[in-house]
Design a protein around this ligand. Structure first.
Ligand SMILES: CC(C)(COP(=O)(O)OP(=O)(O)OC[C@H]1O[C@@H](n2cnc3c(N)ncnc32)[C@H](O)[C@@H]1OP(=O)(O)O)[C@@H](O)C(=O)NCCC(=O)NCCS
Length: 448
């Protein structure tokens, strides 16, 4: 049955849309990291409710928190302050005792919120076990360029077995920005570093940074929906540099990607519900950082035509697609995007634009039969939608005879032939009786 039953209540419709994500995430491991700002926020209980929901849906969770504002506040009360060199804090004895206090109090507060089970709250009947411990083995940063960083440390390794055992027991693992050395010393760590190391040690499915501010935005202030690790490097080397906290998250994201974490998300923490939106809707709320895509989507070239023809031909014979002979393809090859693997065109799609009507036709959306049902179709669609937005289009349409549901499940709505631009209406083949589906292009979209 389609997830888009028109008679369904909006609630049922919305819940059904989430189903694939619920199934996909169950049993997966997510490492979620947030700064100490989250702990000071009066809306912390809302974030914890969302985290409890993820736990309830069978997601194995590691929470890593920062403590900078709490440490700075405690130091200020003692008339001292944190010193930074090159963005790295120096933890002296006074700062270390503030770090310990801040971490202890954050733990108690988060444990209390995760233990709540008030009948008329979103936590009704829930009591989530929390495991905290000496999961992080650390070492000092030491002396760099003559600067002694004292109790500021780096992650040396993660006690993966202990962390895994806690998750296996159904607990949420809580990790403060603190590590211990085999010599029994305590080190103040960057939360981003702890989270990266935990994600890599557990081979987590996702590493999620809840960042302060608007997250990663482009020159126009729009949220960047997808970045490659190499884009992150460029951002970090750019001018102006991102603010230090965001830079730490970005650095850790790129490192995590290169260490095999396939999906790293940067989500604006203060945006209520952004975490759920990113994880359970097609239109995410943040930025997805991944390593170089397996197959690059690129504009098609003339020498791709045999490969495209090989994809289209069987579908044309089966009546799924309108025949598009080689000569026609040559004329419109610049409208096509393809992915290729070992010289075979694995997927293709074309975009024909009517800028005056701000509408475009998405055509020839095909994934090679050997490569279907592994998300390539989704990626292709996301890419073509972004391309359409770039061209200033507000709507996309498709004409289809047999793939209606695939498009409907991706936000296309049935429409009449009169929804097409006049020139396309004139070329509409009534005998073929293709159905028209239109999608309004909202903000940037990305798969969760
Ligand atoms: C439609 C198509 C592009 C999807 O590519 P894909 O890489 O398999 O897509 P994804 O992995 O993102 O999605 C796969 C999902 O779509 C579903 N799907 C595939 N074809 C479908 C169809 N015709 N109707 C409804 N759902 C369909 C699959 O069953 C799968 O869902 P599931 O995981 O719940 O079983 C691919 O099946 C294809 O090339 N089909 C033939 C060409 C075609 O019909 N193109 C449209 C021209 S208008």
């Amino acid at each position: 049955m389609s997830a888009n039953n028109n008679n369904a209540t909006p609630f049922a419709h919305w819940f059904r849309q989430c189903t694939p994500y619920i199934h996909a995430h169950r049993g997966h491991t997510f490492v979620i990291v947030f700064g100490g700002e989250a702990l000071d926020d009066p809306d912390l209980p809302t974030l914890v409710h969302d985290i409890a929901l993820l736990h309830g849906l069978g997601i194995r969770l590691v929470l890593v928190h920062g403590a900078r504002p709490q440490i700075e506040r405690r130091l200020a009360e003692r008339g001292a302050e944190l010193h930074y060199v090159g963005g790295v804090r120096i933890t002296d004895d006074a700062a270390l005792s503030c770090v310990k206090e801040a971490a202890g109090s954050a733990r108690v507060e988060l444990e209390a919120l995760l233990s709540m089970g008030l009948a008329n709250s979103p936590m009704a009947g829930v009591r989530i076990p929390v495991a905290s411990g000496n999961f992080v083995i650390a070492r000092p940063i030491g002396v760099l360029n003559g600067v002694d960083y004292q109790h500021t440390g780096k992650v040396r390794r993660i006690d993966r077995e202990a962390l895994r055992a806690s998750l296996d027991a159904g607990a949420v693992a809580l990790m403060p920005p603190i590590g211990y050395s085999p010599t029994g010393e305590v080190f103040n760590l960057a939360a981003a570093d702890v989270a990266r190391a935990a994600a890599v040690a557990l081979a987590a499915d996702k590493l999620i940074f809840l960042v302060e501010g608007n997250g990663v935005t482009d020159a126009e202030g729009r949220a960047a929906s997808n970045l490659l690790a190499s884009d992150v490097d460029a951002l970090l080397a750019g001018d102006p540099e991102p603010p230090e906290e965001l830079a730490q998250a970005l650095r850790a994201s790129a490192d995590a990607c290169r260490s095999g974490i396939r999906r790293v998300h940067l989500i604006p923490r203060a945006q209520d519900g952004a975490l759920l939106q990113e994880l359970f809707t097609r239109d995410g709320a943040g930025t997805l950082v991944s390593d170089r895509p397996f197959e690059e989507l690129r504009p098609a070239r003339i020498d791709d035509i045999p490969g495209i023809r090989a994809l289209l031909e069987p579908l044309e014979r089966a009546g799924v697609l309108v025949p598009r002979p080689r000569e026609d393809l040559e004329e419109v090859i610049d409208r096509f995007r393809v992915t290729e693997r070992d010289g075979t065109v694995v997927s293709c799609a074309a975009l024909f634009c009517w800028p005056e009507a701000q509408i475009g036709e998405l055509a020839c959306v095909v994934v090679h039969p050997d490569y279907r049902t592994r998300g390539r179709g989704d990626r292709l669609l996301t890419h073509m939608e972004a391309l359409a937005r770039e061209r200033g289009l507000t709507h996309l349409f498709v004409l289809t005879t047999q793939t209606a549901h695939w498009f409907r499940e991706r936000g296309f709505e049935p429409a009449g032939v009169d929804a097409l631009p006049p020139a396309r209406q004139a070329a509409y083949n009534a005998r073929r009786n293709s159905k028209v589906y239109v999608k309004a292009l909202g903000e940037d979209a990305q798969p969760a």
